[in-house]
Design a binder for this molecule. Sequence first.
Ligand code: FAD
Ligand code: NAI
Length: 475
Amino acid sequence: MSQAFDVVVIGAGPGGYIAAIRAAQLGFKVACIDEWKNAAGGPAPGGTCTNVGCIPSKALLQSSEHFEHANHHFADHGISTGKVTMDVAKMVARKDGVVKQNNDGILYLLKKNKVTFFHGRGSFVAAAEGGYQIKVAGAAEEVISGKQVIVATGSNARALPGAEFDEVNVLSNDGALRVGAVPKKLGVIGSGVIGLEIGSVWRRLGAEVVVLEAMPAFLPSADEGVAKEALKVFTKQGLKIELGVKISEIKNGKKGVSVAYTNAKGEAQELAVDKLIVSIGRVANTIGLNPEAVGLQLDERGAIMVDADCRTNLPGVWAVGDVVRGPMLAHKAEEEGVAVAERIAGQHGHVNFNTIPYVIYTSPEIAWVGKTEQQLKAEGVVYKAGQFPFLANGRARALGDTTGFVKIVADATSDEILGVHIIGPQASELIAEAVMAMEFKASAEDIARICHAHPSLSESTKEAALAVDKRTLNF
Ligand code: FAD
Ligand code: NAI
């Protein structure tokens, strides 16, 4: 007799495991299937985010930032350290430890919420009366059934044609997070989020990093002012960023990788590197899911087709996170997972795509929510913008980190905040206030009238709000 569940979730990344927990909280009998294996072959729930994404990248960013501070900034505080060295193996082992804590934490949470966890690959077998049969292929094989199915199978790194990932020389995010020694010269294709974050890690540790980007503009989805400042700062830090390139050939040899490309002027160039990270975006993952068995519709890019509420073309089958349209972000996947579980329970789950924050964990950090100035111009919206530099913020001066600014854009008539754009220290934390403000449809004046602690970086947000009305107090 196969086990029968109310809800079967396929994938235990942030979309899947959060959906499973929320569904269990709502009283359903829930199964969650995930195939990720740790080094010992055991379960490692948490998906890309926990195993080869958000969490390990932030662990390495933190370690490399400590190294950078010890080498270049401690002396400003009167601290002398002598020669600072980096044990890359230890740094990577620490990162692996952080990942394991998160894997274990998720297993604990699933258990605590009485979600039955299956370690193996889940695939559709057939539609059954009142639901679907799902095969779980792990150490053993079994078929379970679910009245409702939530697919949260995530995404994989996109490879460049002719340059398959060997994870030794040509690296996806996976290999890039477990390089065993600092490469002398590191190439990165794509100056998106992964390229900048992981490129920064190895640059701080001493690698010469060259980033090749196809687009003529740097970070085109960020606010133009932020992107301009970021390019200036990253270049000063030593990242070599070439825009408008066209990659023609990649040769992976014993001694490293050579990249043939034409630069923005159309001149043929050759770049020889020890390691090459290819970070040119990600593709939705439905490998092994067997969507054909039940007629689950995919779009032309291989993502599962869903409506605004994450409903697929099949009754009772939902899909969330990286495997569907929208930004590939862990918190977006989580919000969709919660909303779907609530919809299954007959509630009104809701995800506000206008208030999803975007963060790039470089130094300085970059974070934004809402519309950029260039978007508002293109849409013909009449707006006011206010900007405040961290240079004029007392806490930033005390921290010794005054790069960047906070910018607020607000509707010229109603003063409603339409976007907030930050480049600077702790931008990832500061953006939360902006998200909250926009979620409550706050005006710039609302933020300007709120008492912010002194001295704090968040005073820059208040000052940017005052700047919208041309009345900053400290600049
Ligand atoms: P995933 O996390 O990819 O999880 C899918 C899970 O499903 C995996 O465990 C997989 O093994 C499993 N699976 C797939 N198919 C099957 C099957 N048939 N049967 C069983 N199991 C299956 N986002 C942020 O918001 N902040 C960040 O700082 C951030 N940093 C990132 C850094 C890097 C280097 C990368 C690569 C990504 C980063 N992301 C970040 C993006 C984030 O990781 C993803 O948006 C997020 O993991 C998507 O969650 P998901 O649940 O949709 O899919
Ligand atoms: P990305 O979409 O951020 O950037 C890819 C870059 O590669 C773009 O600038 C694109 O123009 C460029 N590119 C594409 N094809 C190219 C080519 N042939 N030659 C040269 N350049 C080319 O994708 P990335 O960095 O791979 O990250 C994948 C996803 O992971 C992102 O969608 C992001 O949402 C998520 N992520 C989020 C993080 C965060 O929230 N802090 C951190 C890391 C990843």
